[in-house]
Write a new protein. Structure first.
Length: 352
């Protein structure tokens, strides 16, 4: 039970019903519309807002909350329809402590509320969250530089690598992945998940430390070409048409070009960025490489990348469980290196 419970304020009551139900497993949850009388809810532990922040009534609702004398440090979690920079900035200006897509699975919303209400839970979670925030911040700088200047500040990669390795050392892979679930930028989150998986995998197969770092750095930048893909396409719900698919696929060549323009990029980064969607049977892109033509680095990152994608939530399908994702990987025997897939399974399944 958290304080006086939580208020879920929504202009989509039917959509919010699953979140209200999940929150009630934790604490009393009052569902209200944007016209809610906040003074009646002094003492609540948190507010979850599933509101269209483009609407005046929704904005006024959150502004009225901020005017309450008791609401100073009250955590507000916004469930968002749009994940654009502008929408996220607006939500934070209106007092959101965190933002998640509106389709976020209910148990993840509950975890996010718990984390917001009790950020020092066990100390360890707070450390890992701080590491994740530092790593994501550095990755944000990296993608920004890639989008603006077309090349990377490789020092920013290292600013992500160290907090990531520290987190894994402190709390293990499961906590790292759990912490990232609440991160609101889908591309950074994906890169940090792939890098965490790569770190776990590389440590499990006892690569030398220098090689572990090389693989983690390559994993962090494998999708850097997405910095140059329109955000509307990255966030599109539902299937892509042929033109959109071609644009999306160009992220591998864009990423390779960005890294080639970055003097400190090493061969593993260039290889991972260009070839992580190649498949052993030649069905991948952009070069249709097959068999021996695909390097170990590209095979290794490809497995982490596919597993990450399968276990990520998407607007149009639920996330797979680790077991389901591993079964899917094992079924891709002609596309992914079977020996690596088995080793990856052993590295991951005891840890998530
Ligand atoms: Fe990719
Ligand atoms: Fe990826």
């Amino acid at each position: 039970m958290l304080g006086q419970g939580v208020v879920l304020v929504t202009d989509h009551p039917s959509r919010s019903a699953v979140h209200a139900e999940a929150l009630r497993s934790l604490t009393p949850c009052t569902v209200a519309g944007p016209e809610v009388e906040w003074s009646a809810h002094a003492g609540v532990a948190a507010v979850v807002a599933d509101l269209d922040l483009n609407r005046t009534a929704a904005m006024q609702c959150l502004l009225a909350l901020r005017r309450q004398p008791w609401a100073g440090a009250l955590p507000v979690l916004c469930l968002m329809v749009r994940g654009s920079d502008r929408a996220l900035r607006q939500a934070h200006l209106l007092g959101a402590a965190a933002c998640l897509p509106f389709y976020t699975e209910p148990h993840v919303v509950v975890t996010a509320v718990l984390n917001l209400v009790d950020p020092d839970q066990g100390g360890l979670n707070a450390t890992i969250r701080r590491c994740a925030a530092r790593a994501a911040g550095a990755l944000g700088d990296l993608f920004h530089a890639a989008a603006q200047a077309g090349r990377l500040d490789l020092a920013a990669v290292d600013r992500s690598v160290d907090p990531l390795l520290e987190s894994l050392r402190e709390g293990g892979l499961a906590r790292w992945l759990n912490t990232l679930r609440a991160h609101d930028d889908v591309t950074y989150r994906h890169c940090l998940v792939v890098a965490g998986l790569a770190a776990q995998f590389a440590a499990h197969v006892r690569f030398p430390l220098a090689q572990q770092r090389r693989l983690v750095r390559a994993a962090l930048v494998h999708d850097v070409g997405k910095a140059r893909i329109p955000r509307s396409l990255l966030l599109k719900r539902g299937a892509l048409d042929a033109t959109e698919t071609a644009v999306m696929r160009s992220h591998v060549e864009l990423g390779h070009a960005i890294l080639r323009a970055s003097p400190d990029a090493d061969a593993a980064m260039l290889d991972a960025a260009r070839h992580h969607h190649e498949r052993l049977d030649g069905s991948g892109y952009p070069d249709g490489l097959s068999g021996e033509a695909i390097s170990d680095v590209a095979r290794f990152i490809a497995i982490c990348d596919v597993y990450a994608a399968l276990t990520e939530r998407r607007p149009f399908r639920p996330a797979m469980t680790p077991g389901e994702a591993m079964a899917t990987l094992a079924g891709m025997g002609r596309q992914l290196e079977p020996g690596f897939v088995q080793a990856f399974g052993r590295a991951i399944l005891g840890s998530v």
